[in-house]
Write a protein that binds this ligand. Structure first.
Ligand SMILES: Cc1cc2nc3c(=O)[nH]c(=O)nc-3n(C[C@H](O)[C@H](O)[C@H](O)COP(=O)(O)O)c2cc1C
Length: 252
């Protein structure tokens, strides 16, 4: 294997952490292709001796559509890959299967897969995850993948999920903007889908907003928020419902 590349779409960083922790264990000099803010630049296909670690979040049991669209622009040449999705302690439903089936016709060959838990975007769910224990498990998994590759293993992992996939979609929470906004433009630049108006950042294009809350996370003055009674009620109930810790799933 010549070179490992982690490729992720990760508005709040959970999927990136997962993919990178696996890629770095496989190759401390791995490359990183971050597709959160833009599609990939034109590039040569990955080769048969490369290894790609894909990472994307689960949105409503599916891949977020920009993640699918941006990954679709990459090509492999019978390139082994590890597919990972990261979810917020509810379920990953069809997203891992969708990712494997998305990249296969592009020339990638899934040799391992993982569904990893990270803090949920909403409420207080799986706070602090991936934690130390998660990252240690990722390292062990990477070592097992290395072993499989060294032994010439090519069997694809059996990935749970249904096809046709369940109905996906972005969330319906579109962040608000308080008077603390200083029009610095951070949220405009950092929105994965360019949904925030550059002239008036309080205007969010609801048709494109993913409800990923990246703008809330990056806002330096905490002006971006989801501080509404409806959201607070939902978040409290959802957090209660999903309080039981779920385990990562590793498939070889
Ligand atoms: C619109 C939306 C839908 C989501 N749907 C699910 C879901 O179906 N199951 C789940 O467990 N987590 C779900 N989550 C939580 C994310 O998968 C989780 O927070 C993930 O870590 C986000 O990845 P990122 O940090 O790489 O952006 C959803 C989050 C958002 C914003």
């Amino acid at each position: 294997m010549s070179h490992v590349t982690a490729v992720s779409f990760s508005p709040t960083g959970g999927s990136q952490k997962g993919a990178l922790s696996i890629a770095r264990e496989l190759d401390p000099n791995c490359s990183f292709l971050d597709l959160t803010l833009q599609p990939p630049a034109a590039r040569e296909p990955f080769g048969p001796t490369d290894l790609v670690v894909f990472g994307a979040p689960v949105y409503s049991g599916r891949l977020p559509s920009p993640a699918a669209a941006r990954f679709s622009m990459l090509r492999g040449q019978n390139t082994p890959c590890i597919v990972t999705v990261t979810y917020g302690n509810r379920d990953f439903d069809d997203a891992l299967l969708e990712l494997a089936q998305l990249v296969t016709p592009l020339g990638f060959r899934p040799i391992a897969a993982a569904a990893l838990v990270a803090q949920h975007t909403y409420g207080e769910i799986a706070v602090g995850r991936p934690d130390q224990a998660d990252l240690e498990q990722n390292v062990l998994f990477a070592q097992q993948v290395r072993q499989k590759l060294d032994q010439g293993g090519t069997t694809p992992p059996a990935i749970p999920g249904n096809y046709p996939y369940r109905e996906g979609g972005a969330g319906a929470f579109h962040p608000r903007t308080s008077e603390a906004c200083v029009h610095c433009g951070t949220c405009v630049r950092e929105c994965p889908v360019g949904a925030i108006d550059a002239e008036d950042p309080s205007r969010i294009d609801a048709a494109h907003c993913l409800s990923c809350f990246r703008c809330i996370k990056v806002c330096p003055t905490k002006a971006k928020n989801m501080d509404t009674p409806a959201y607070r009620t939902f978040a409290a109930a959802f957090s209660l419902k999903l309080r039981e810790r779920r385990d990562n799933l590793y498939l070889l």
